[in-house]
Design a protein around this ligand. Sequence first.
Ligand code: SF4
Ligand code: SF4
Ligand code: FES
Length: 236
Amino acid sequence: MTYEITVLRRKTPEDLPYEQTFRYEARTGADTVASALININRGSLTDVNGNKAEPIAWECSCLQKKCGACAMVINCIPRLACDSVLSAVAADDRIRLEPLRKFPAVRDLICDRSVMRENLKTITAWIDEEVSLKDDKDNILFEAGKCLQCGCCLEVCPNFYAEGRFFGMNAMVPVAGLLEKLPADKSRRLRKKYSKHIYADCAKSLACHDICPAGLDIEKLLVNSNAIALWKHLFK
Ligand code: SF4
Ligand code: SF4
Ligand code: FES
């Protein structure tokens, strides 16, 4: 099967974006967007009009749905390139690739997601001690640990923007694990930050739940965190 893959490109953050389309012949039925990008970038690149092209800039690391680096917008939906089989995501034989749009563009399919890390630092979303986790969907800390920090949930969130007060689901998920683990007297500061940066501006529509490529049960984590951070203390 041959696909036409259109990439939204720019060389520098200041450049206006432009589209460039490449023809790609899938090698197997299991070819993903990531394998297509790797193969397209091999050798000298020519677009569908026969023009020479620069290699397409994009990010990846694990290629196994474990790191979140390859998140991008694929035919209008935020997904992991390494988890997007061409035949499943194509509209007829066409696939359009864009960088995540909630973050500053860097080059081609790369954007700057550092605001996610800065927000986690602001909310102190980490554990200082070593913990061993059981592989158990009912264990909130284990479930939260599956977050890839990919940013797909922020892409679909109507209330998140990069410099805003609301930090979104990628921040809620690790905090959900912490709130579950910490005793009430040690989590006071975290509960306040949760209330300000997550609870106050989350519309709870759960678009983020449906899009998460790690399959996290965001609804369950959110309900649990809201209960620990707010409701239990309001009605004491
Ligand atoms: S919650 Fe899901 S979509 Fe959001 S950053 Fe984590 S893995 Fe990605
Ligand atoms: S529930 Fe809605 S508002 Fe809250 S983080 Fe998810 S998408 Fe955003
Ligand atoms: S390259 Fe790591 S999730 Fe896709």
